[in-house]
Design a protein around this ligand. Structure first.
Ligand code: G6P
Length: 609
């Protein structure tokens, strides 16, 4: 989703801005732009539809230079992806502005500004902000006052960075609902949507809080809170090595991240050698809160939502704790009834997903016992706003389609299950059994990765297909959902997941020799029922691809192809089977020639509603 980079320096910043945009590419976008104030104090702007490389070409052909600048990758919401709608937006040849978020009252502001004589040329909700800023500046206010007067007129979410030729060494930023960090340098300061964008120039960051304004020049960085008072926010140093985004020998981030899973899973579980240590990972305040939990309400989006659905099986079966799971975009707007003693658990790789954040913020103070976030990004908004935090240790995830973040979320949720089940009388031996299974997990995942060639072979059957059906039963049903989501996200094949028992209530009508059916078939108590469901498919001409425990008794036969999965403890099977389905999607997409890491229309971090 939209990415912002801005710099105020004593040196030329165009290359810093472009490198920042390249580092934000993983978020997903469809146009890019950059504005600089040159040495004669003129605004110089390049904007291009498409990739950052198009912007680089423009800069190569017509180089612009300046020590102050802003840049942006845009993920279209209002108005098609185009050079015109790309940011920065300008007003009066004086002000240039970039924006991440959605301004909900842009239509009313358009009318107001048109009446005041401003010509609005783009279809975006952003351009009005540039004109509002210009209008305040023209009335004689300082840049800071102009931004203060502007943001109070905005309804919706924003992270902003703006420059004004009358203040040629300054960038002003603001945030509400969308992320913005300030990067601290020597003789230079920066703003960006995330720290990744600025790691080439600094390792010191200030995480801006809701409704903060920030003013940077090469030699100063001042934050103001919503009241307009100067405030000091802590400067945090990012540790070396935590945010490397090197492809190494891999062709894509997605496959690199799939193969990083044994290490990521191990890191997430590291040190949790007994139930007490498992609990410590949730923080000092966890025991007192966990003691009072009677129910869990999970809220998340996308792949993280699927992690929640898996957790529901664990929480109810192992911990005996009632659990509900809902997508954040529904939860946030629904009138709800909560039982006393409910813990709100939000799951978010990025910690910035707008709907999940809004769901947390909309929760009434008396509705929940407290909140826990499972996230992969320290200092993200959700991490800062929840009572308890579990940080997965997946390392940065660049591929838009989530892989290692999902499986590490599952480890975190199984650890939550353990922490809650201790209090509900789960025997010591069963607790230790689960811990041993988790310790064995990286090895099982490694064995699954060794099936890469076999999965690649299976994947060839999908390339010419337009649809696919994924089936699972019990805890493997959400894994089938995640498999279907992965396939549709990156290969653009329409894929649906069904609990296998629902087949004859509808989807069986779709089955023919053009509809591959993928079944997730571990060796569990529902196996015999699943086998009957699969026979229903086969006898109707469907072609089956069964990801089955090698001891489950499946054999390759006509219209049935088997991927023999390593035999592993039932509690970790959802995680292990996920890895095989990730490989399937990757290989299908690879052969279809889609942009695996940056699928069309999707964004890594969805910071708008
Ligand atoms: C986007 C991403 C998905 C992700 C979802 C939720 O749609 O493309 O991969 O699952 O957002 O993101 P979160 O960061 O909250 O887990």
């Amino acid at each position: 989703m939209c990415g912002i980079v801005a710099a105020a320096a004593r040196r030329e910043v165009s290359e810093i801005l472009l490198e920042g945009l390249r580092r934000l590419e993983y978020r997903g976008y469809d146009s890019a732009g950059m504005a600089l104030i040159d040495e004669k104090h003129n605004l110089k702007i390049h904007k291009r539809k498409g990739k950052v490389s198009e912007l680089e070409n423009a800069q190569r052909q017509h180089p612009y230079h300046g020590n102050t600048g802003i840049a942006h990758t845009r993920w279209a919401t209002h108005g098609e992806p185009s050079g015109l709608n790309a940011h920065p937006h300008i007003s009066g040849q004086r002000v240039a502005l970039v924006h991440n978020g959605i301004i909900e009252n842009h239509a009313a502001l358009r009318v107001e500004l048109s009446e005041a004589g401003y010509e609005i040329t783009s279809a975006t909700d952003t351009e009005v902000i540039a004109h509002l800023l210009h209008s305040s500046l023209s009335a004689g206010g300082s840049l800071l006052q102009a931004m203060q007067q502007t943001v109070v007129k905005l309804e919706g979410a924003y992270a902003l960075a703006a420059i004004d030729i009358a203040n040629p060494d300054t960038v002003i930023g603001a945030r509400k609902g969308s992320p913005l960090v300030a990067g601290v340098g020597i003789g230079e300061n920066f703003l960006a949507s995330d720290t990744m964008a600025l790691r080439q120039v600094t390792d010191r960051f200030i995480y801006l809080e809701e409704e903060d304004l920030v003013c940077i020049t090469p030699d100063s960085l001042q934050v103001y809170n919503a009241d307009g008072s100067k405030v000091q926010r802590p400067v945090e140093r990012i540790k070396e090595g935590l945010e490397t985004a090197d492809l190494g020998s891999f062709d894509h981030y997605m496959i690199k991240e799939i193969f990083e899973q044994p290490a990521a899973l191990e890191a997430t579980f590291a040190g949790a050698t007994n139930a007490q240590k498992v609990e410590e990972r949730f923080g000092l305040a966890a025991p007192a809160l966990f003691d009072r939990v009677k129910k869990v309400q999970i809220v998340a989006c996308g792949t993280s939502f699927h992690a929640g659905l898996v957790a529901r099986y664990w929480l109810e079966e192992i911990a005996g704790v009632s659990c509900e799971v809902e997508v954040a975009s529904e939860f946030r707007y629904r009138k709800r009834v909560q039982y006393e003693g409910t813990l709100l658990v939000v799951i978010s790789q990025s910690g910035e997903t707008a709907d999940t954040l809004a769901a947390l913020r909309n929760a009434n103070a008396d509705e929940f016992l407290g909140s826990l976030v499972v996230s992969n990004v320290d200092n993200s908004s959700l991490v800062r706003e929840c009572d308890l935090v579990f940080l997965t240790r997946a390392g940065i995830e660049i591929g838009v389609a989530s892989t290692k973040a999902f499986t590490t979320q599952l480890v975190a949720l199984l650890m939550l299950t353990l922490a809650l089940s201790r209090r509900r009388g789960l025997s010591e031996s069963r607790q230790q059994d689960i811990i041993t299974a988790l310790q064995y997990l990286p090895r099982c995942v490694q064995q699954t990765l060794e099936l890469n060639d076999a999965v690649q072979h299976l994947s060839e059957a999908f390339i010419s297909k337009r649809h696919a059906l994924f089936l699972g039963r019990g805890i493997q049903y959400p894994i089938a959902m995640e498999g279907a989501l992965k396939l549709k996200e990156i290969s653009y094949i329409h894929a649906e997941a069904y609990p296998a028992g629902e087949l004859k209530h509808g989807p069986l009508a779709l089955v023919d020799d053009d509809m591959p059916v993928v079944a997730v078939a571990p060796n569990d108590e529902l196996l015999e029922k699943l086998k009957s469901n699969l026979e229903e498919v086969r006898s109707r001409g469907g072609e089956l691809f069964v990801f089955a425990d090698k001891e489950a008794g499946f054999a390759n036969e006509s219209r049935v192809r088997i991927l023999p999965m390593p035999h592993c403890h039932e509690v970790i099977r959802p995680i292990v089977y996920t890895v095989a389905l990730q490989l399937l999607s990757y290989h299908v997409a690879l052969q279809k020639g889609t942009d695996v890491d940056k699928p069309r229309n999707l964004a890594k971090s969805v910071t708008v509603e």
